[in-house]
Design a binder for this molecule. Structure first.
Ligand code: FEO
Length: 282
């Protein structure tokens, strides 16, 4: 059964509550993926999103605890390290054998974390963080950034992404990965017509399209886009495909895509790829 966020889970600090809601979203994704034919894709994507989550949320929370001189910081950090280590181990096991880590295993681990850490341990810093202006400032201004190829930062918070994919579960997974680093503006279209409407009517900085969008081809969307006048015609495009064929990469690039990735995608490679695309001159 899906978990619904409730005020009982709130630590009283909006920016941290938002991070925790991301984790609840990942738990629900795993729940939906059990028994799905693409369960293994969901597991790998969620593990990748968790790695990003550890990097961003834990640092934010620890910096806020430090700013408020919360005495539980050291112990709390060790708990975070333990979680991050378990995620790394599960991901490694998965990479060695896809069948060795199932959605149910991850769910048990994450549900325990939700109950024993977020709803218990995290609550202990409330007294220090709530109303502490310095800590709030640290948490809210902490840069959520990627790295441009030129070394400069990419501010994920300002990036507006459109995903065109008919697989609802995969759209949710991608949204969760993007959300885990702070990209909150993610529009979704499940067919080419809706994708074109979104591209023409909304402010979009980057397009992610699947190879197959129902019976339609994402290639046709990219070809159409490249015929549009600038700036729309120069929009950075990432094409995804579930088929491991080298020719798909060539065809995608030939149609006008800037980048190509095969599923299952790792959150880290996706974000590196998006950093390159965000830095692309238009
Ligand atoms: Fe919100 Fe301590 O993790």
């Amino acid at each position: 059964m899906a978990i619904t966020w409730s005020e009982m889970m709130s630590v009283g600090v909006p920016v941290l509550d938002e991070d925790h809601k991301t984790l609840v979203g990942l738990i629900n994704l795993l729940q939906h993926s059990i028994g799905d034919r693409e369960e293994y894709v969901a597991v790998y994507s969620v593990l990748g999103a968790l790695e990003e989550y550890c990097e961003h949320h834990f640092i934010r929370e620890e910096k806020m605890m430090e700013a408020s001189r919360c005495p539980q910081l050291d112990q709390h950090q060790r708990t975070h390290e333990g979680f991050a280590e378990t995620v790394r181990t599960m991901k490694l096991r998965y990479e060695q054998d896809q069948t060795s880590v199932r959605a149910r295993d991850c769910l048990t681990f994450l549900n325990n974390w939700l109950v024993n850490h977020i709803c218990t341990t995290d609550m202990n810093y409330r007294a220090w963080l709530i109303g502490h202006a310095g800590a709030q400032a640290v948490g809210e201004t902490m840069s959520i950034s990627g790295q441009r190829p030129d070394g400069g930062p990419v501010d994920w918070r300002t990036l507006r992404v459109l995903m065109v994919d008919d697989n609802l579960n995969f759209c949710e997974i991608l949204q969760a990965i993007l959300k885990s680093v702070g990209i909150s503006s993610v529009a979704v279209a499940h067919n080419l017509a809706d994708g074109k409407v979104a591209l023409m009517g909304q402010q979009i900085d980057l397009l992610i399209s699947d190879w197959h969008v129902g019976p339609e081809s994402g290639l046709d969307l990219v070809k159409w886009l490249r015929q549009c006048p600038p700036p729309l015609g120069g929009l950075p495009v990432l094409m995804l495909s579930g088929h491991e064929r080298m020719i798909n990469r060539d065809l995608a690039l030939l149609a006008g895509a800037d980048e190509f990735m095969e599923k299952p995608i790792s959150a880290r490679s996706l974000l590196i790829c998006l950093s390159r695309l965000a830095a692309k001159p238009r």
